[in-house]
Design a protein around this ligand. Structure first.
Ligand SMILES: [Zn+2]
Length: 52
């Protein structure tokens, strides 16, 4: 079982671009089935599109 503790391999949930150490990136945490799920986005624009 791979637990994703690896901070370098995230992709944007909206546009699937790899996310690096940009200051623009956004992380959304939600609880699904009792597990914390982190969703990563390149920036506010992708987060906004995804949440619509
Ligand atoms: Zn994106």
């Amino acid at each position: 079982m791979a637990d994703s503790t690896d901070e370098d391999s995230h992709r944007c949930e909206q546009c699937t671009a790899p996310i690096g150490d940009s200051n623009e990136r956004r992380v959304v945490t939600s609880i699904e089935d009792g597990t914390a799920v982190h969703r990563h986005f390149c920036d506010e624009n992708c987060l906004e599109k995804w949440s619509q």
